[in-house]
Ligand binder design. Structure first.
Ligand code: CUA
Length: 331
């Protein structure tokens, strides 16, 4: 439907048709009631006009049937719309297991993406058809918004935190990527393309041009920033051990607990004193300004890759893609 209509973007993801159906329903409902009201306005104006000087209308003392009708019909329509859109919204937030992970960093005025296998792209993203892709995104400066009209995907990239979005492409082709949040002089040039490929072609593309994976680059950063001097694997360091940390619940000074997810690790790198692990001193310096957002994402990927001995690694949704299975030995 509407695929031949030039003003309407293509439908190229599993969501597109669902979002459009809701959109056209809302447009239809609005058009129907606008027309109805406008027509009745004209009809009533003519029909109930004053025909003789001094004419008085007959008083009306209410109508239960009428009251019920104009209460129940809008109620059913609005509740129905709510349930329908909530269903789409929940599906758009729930990433299917096994999704391919991609990190996205917005920066005035470009999009930087990195695959877990190491490929980096600028203002481009290659993805295979029929595979759910999860984007973990942040911004190095101001709020940007990652918008792929053909997929009906739009998600803000916000400085200081991670946001996520996911999609599954259904058509091979090249699709526009826009920044949908005004971010300065060249906002309108912060554009790119999403290239959807057949799985075999995607594998061929993947085979060329890989640099180190985010976890490998994170390991290099971990050493060059000298994190290793305090976060040692032998429990003798001044900082907590990081093996098997990701996804675990951590006890903090003061008794509170926090799950060691990407946001927590990011905060611990940039604002180390915000949450201090129980039993440790708040002596870690901040790395704000010393490591880029991409670097932080790589450090997180590296920390995720640090397994407790004997734990089984699987790829599950989460920045960096690696997370420990249930049954991990807890300290
Ligand atoms: Cu980035 Cu607008």
């Amino acid at each position: 439907m509407f695929s031949g209509f030039p003003l309407f973007p293509q439908q190229a993801s599993t969501f597109a048709a669902r979002v459009d159906a809701l959109y056209f329903f809302l447009i239809g409902i609005s058009a129907f009631f606008s027309t109805l009201i406008a027509t009745l306005l004209v009809v009533f104006t003519v029909r109930f006009r004053r025909r003789a000087a001094g004419e008085l209308p007959k008083p009306i003392h209410g109508s239960i049937a009428l009251e019920l009708t104009w209460t129940v019909i809008p109620l059913v329509i609005s509740l129905g719309t709510f349930v329908w859109s909530a269903d789409i919204f929940v599906a758009s937030r729930r990433v299917p297991p096994g999704a391919m992970e991609v990190n996205v960093v917005g920066k005035r005025w470009m999009w930087k993406t990195q695959h877990m296998t190491g490929q980096r792209e600028i203002n481009e993203l290659h993805v295979p058809i029929g595979v759910p892709v999860r984007l973990t995104m942040t911004s190095e400066d101001v709020i940007h918004s990652f918008f792929i009209p053909a997929f009906r995907v739009k998600q803000d990239a916000v400085p200081g935190r991670y946001t996520t979005a996911w999609f599954e492409a259904t058509k091979v082709g090249e699709y526009h990527l826009f920044c949908a949040e005004y971010c300065g002089t060249k906002h309108s040039q912060m554009i790119g393309s999403i290239k959807v490929m057949e799985p075999a072609a995607f594998q061929t593309w993947l085979a060329g041009g890989a640099t180190g994976s985010p976890a490998q680059e994170g390991e290099k950063l971990f050493q060059s920033l000298a994190c290793i001097t305090c976060h040692r694997a032998d429990s003798q360091g001044r900082g907590p051990r990081l093996e098997g940390l990701f996804g675990r619940t951590v006890r903090l000074t003061g008794g509170a607990t926090v799950v060691a997810d990407a946001d927590y690790i990011r905060e611990s790198i940039l604002s180390p004193t915000a949450k201090v692990v129980d039993g440790y001193q708040p002596i870690m310096p901040t790395f704000q300004g010393l490591v880029s957002e991409e670097g932080v994402m790589q450090l997180i990927a590296y920390i995720q890759s640090l397994q407790q001995p004997g734990a089984e690694a699987t790829v599950v949704p989460g920045a960096g893609g690696i997370k420990l299975q249930e049954g991990v030995p807890k300290r």
